[in-house]
Design a binder for this molecule. Structure first.
Ligand code: NAI
Length: 301
């Protein structure tokens, strides 16, 4: 494959002052992108804030000959999201790429989860992605080009103890990606999502002995590819970490088709579970239209 370059492209990366986001910023800038390094600079639970994290990454990029500007706004408010994209417009004139990466943790078992811990996590991960992506989407639509990258997590897509707030927020991002991929298709806007596993400050106490094999840099190449011009994929979800790259998808089985006239009882559902759940011949719908097609086929016998 030819070299992947980002000359004349402008990338906004949230939470790029450390961890995974920093590696994306360094790689994209090294390939010619002009980068907005956004980071609130707070603690892993979202409290506090400092300019040093974003400033340090901008310094690293500049030292390597790249172009970057820092932004310290929180993604978690509409004003913050607007200001982050405005930083790209003021400094570089556009926003071609948005990597929604900023994140915090407030892990609690479901029975003990407080409203504050639910709100903080939804605000940063889920609403934050709306607040940053919406002003960028408008700019991308006008320019006829855009690349969104969302950061989900296996905690939401597959499930994990003690992460109901985080898991729900992360799975919500898959829904947002699905809709942006459909809405953006006509305007050259693509949206994809990763579920990373990497040794960062968020996970340093969780990964155990395999942590040293899960360098954030093993996630970076997939992200760089997905936000590149060469990437033609949209609407897709990937599991990535430790040098393993794999697609994750939501499939729809052929199901059991009783027909619209049948009088189906709850007992009939129980009796036909094998057919309802049979994975032979499943499809991966690219929008609600694919599901409707199957339903219409069933209606027509
Ligand atoms: P990290 O803590 O090193 O990076 C997250 C960055 O986001 C921090 O620099 C933090 O200051 C920034 N941030 C937090 N709240 C912010 C806000 N309101 N506005 C702007 N910036 C904010 O952690 P890591 O691991 O690099 O996380 C990156 C993303 O990857 C997160 O969304 C996380 O949930 C996700 N993720 C990470 C996994 C891992 O194994 N490290 C697993 C699954 C998902």
């Amino acid at each position: 494959m030819s070299d992947i370059r980002f000359d004349d492209r402008v990338a906004v990366i949230t939470g790029a002052g450390g961890g995974l986001g920093r590696t994306y910023a360094l790689d994209l800038a090294g390939r010619g992108a002009k980068v907005v390094v956004n980071d609130l600079g707070g603690a892993t639970d979202g409290t506090g804030g400092a300019t040093s994290a974003a400033d340090q990454v901008v310094k690293e990029i500049e030292a390597a000959g790249g172009t970057a500007v820092a932004n310290y706004d929180s993604v978690s408010t509409p004003e913050g999201g607007e200001a982050i994209i405005q930083t790209a417009l003021d400094n570089f004139g556009k926003a071609d790429i948005v990597i929604n990466n900023a994140g915090i943790l407030r892990d609690k078992s479901f029975a003990k989860l407080s409203d504050a811990d639910l709100g903080a996590v939804l605000d940063v991960h889920l609403k934050g992605a709306f607040y940053v992506s919406q002003p960028a989407f408008r700019v991308m639509k006008d320019n006829g080009y855009g690349r969104f990258l969302f950061t989900a997590s296996a905690a939401g897509v597959f499930g994990n103890f003690g992460q109901s707030n985080y898991g729900a927020a992360k799975m919500g991002l898959v829904g947002l990606m699905n809709v942006l991929a459909v809405e953006g298709a006509r305007s050259g806007i693509q949206a994809n999502t990763i579920m990373p596993i990497a040794n960062t400050r968020l996970t340093q106490d969780l990964l155990g002995p395999i942590a040293e094999k899960l360098a954030p840099e093993t996630v970076t190449p997939l992200v760089t590819y997905l936000v590149s011009e060469q990437c033609e994929l949209t609407h897709e979800l990937f599991s990535v970490g430790g040098g393993r790259y794999a697609r994750v998808f939501v499939g729809l089985t052929k199901g059991w088709n009783a027909g619209p006239e049948a009088s189906v009882s709850a007992e009939d559902i129980g009796s036909n579970l094998d057919q309802i759940r049979n994975q032979d011949g499943y499809i991966v719908p690219s929008s609600i239209a694919d599901e409707m097609k199957l339903i219409a086929e069933g209606l027509n016998g």
